[in-house]
Design a protein around this ligand. Structure first.
Ligand SMILES: NC(=O)c1ccc[n+]([C@@H]2O[C@H](COP(=O)([O-])OP(=O)(O)OC[C@H]3O[C@@H](n4cnc5c(N)ncnc54)[C@H](OP(=O)(O)O)[C@@H]3O)[C@@H](O)[C@H]2O)c1
Length: 183
């Protein structure tokens, strides 16, 4: 205890003033850096989960163009994207294989007073589908693409055991579609 008191007295003595000033400066800089980096880390979460639901800092997605395209939009994440984009006032093009399922999603989207266009398409069918997609999209001013359609293994297995046609389909759906939809 006495040692601690002596050390503190020495630290606070006039002769160590410059050292104390430097140490305090370093401490303040470090504290500010930590606070800033914590705020930077939390900022996207605060914006997305606190401010955006309150209508503050909600990005204006229409600035990119009045139409959005969502692939794999008849179910799951793609469907949710399509509906959320419609809620924010964007017209939406939705694509997937099943016309019937797309029509159901289109009915939901129309409730938000926006336009919707459906394109039934199988992205595993190869390059021949893209001219038709292009024809269907060419009169639209598209600002956003949600390239959601995707395929994986049916169950976990070694790469060498995956059937070749499954691998081809994965490449077609996951990679080819991503570059081709924009071209
Ligand atoms: N859910 C997850 O936990 C998770 C995790 C990581 C990544 N992802 C990725 O996120 C994306 C969406 O996942 P999800 O769970 O929402 O999938 P999902 O519920 O199975 O929906 C897939 C959508 O893609 C369409 N689709 C499937 N194959 C297609 C094809 N060959 N051509 C055109 N459309 C096709 C389906 O509609 P039709 O049947 O009518 O064609 C459906 O609308 C996928 O790319 C997935 O790999 C998901």
């Amino acid at each position: 205890m006495e040692f601690a008191t002596q050390a503190w007295d020495l630290f606070m003595s006039d002769c160590l003033y410059p050292f104390r000033a430097v140490a305090t400066g370093v401490g303040v800089v470090y504290l500010l850096k930590t606070v800033c980096s914590t705020l930077c880390f939390l900022c996207p979460f605060i914006k997305a989960y606190v401010l955006a639901p309150l209508g503050i800092f909600r990005p204006n997605l229409k600035k990119y163009g009045p139409w959005a395209v969502v692939t794999g939009a008849s179910e799951g994440i793609g469907r949710a994207y399509a509906i959320q984009l419609a809620k924010r006032g964007l017209n939406v093009v939705i694509m997937s294989r099943s016309r019937e399922k797309l029509e159901k999603v289109a009915d939901e989207i129309k409730k938000y007073g926006v336009e919707v266009r459906i394109i039934p398409v199988d992205f595993s069918s190869g390059a021949e589908i893209y001219p038709e997609i292009k024809k269907q999209l060419q009169d639209l001013e598209i600002g956003l693409l949600v390239n959601n359609v995707g395929l994986s293994y049916e169950h976990p297995e070694f790469f060498l055991d995956v059937p070749a046609d499954r691998l081809r389909n994965i490449l077609e759906v996951n990679c080819h579609s991503m570059v081709q939809v924009w071209i």
